[in-house]
Design a protein around this ligand. Sequence first.
Ligand SMILES: [Zn+2]
Length: 171
Amino acid sequence: MVGVDGAASAAVSSLIAMGARAVAISRPMVSDDDMEAALEGCAFAVCTAEFYRVNRVARRTGLRWTASHSSATEVVLGPTVYPGETACYVCYQMRSVACSDDPAAELAALRRREPTQECPTGVAGLLGQMLALEAVNRSAKGAIVVVDAVTLCSQRHAVLRVPACPICSIS
Ligand SMILES: [Zn+2]
């Protein structure tokens, strides 16, 4: 578990309740090597922060992982990244901007998301439990799952790889 907010705490609690061995990585990482060392031995990583760093490390190590973000009214799980097989986090970012009706606003929103994203208290538990379930189910493999926190309706959107991605197209 990479993150320090309420969703990260809820995810760790849920994983332990499910009988999984969960490790919270909450100290600041100063390099990719630090993150790689911290994640060594992990079978899967669930993240509420450090997405770009984890994405680079996962590309090097093959670690499977999932990202997440949220607002007061929406929770987004994924994409769950299988390095070399699915879209990576940077692919997702590029697709998000390219497919937006307002690419400049979408890019600004993406920049706000890192590195100090805080999950709103009202949806922290929901996101934490979704992250814990994703560690087992991988329902967001190569996709994002968007949950409306008001109606609890959800939608799954596939995320395609970007052939020119600077992270995952380099072999
Ligand atoms: Zn990529």
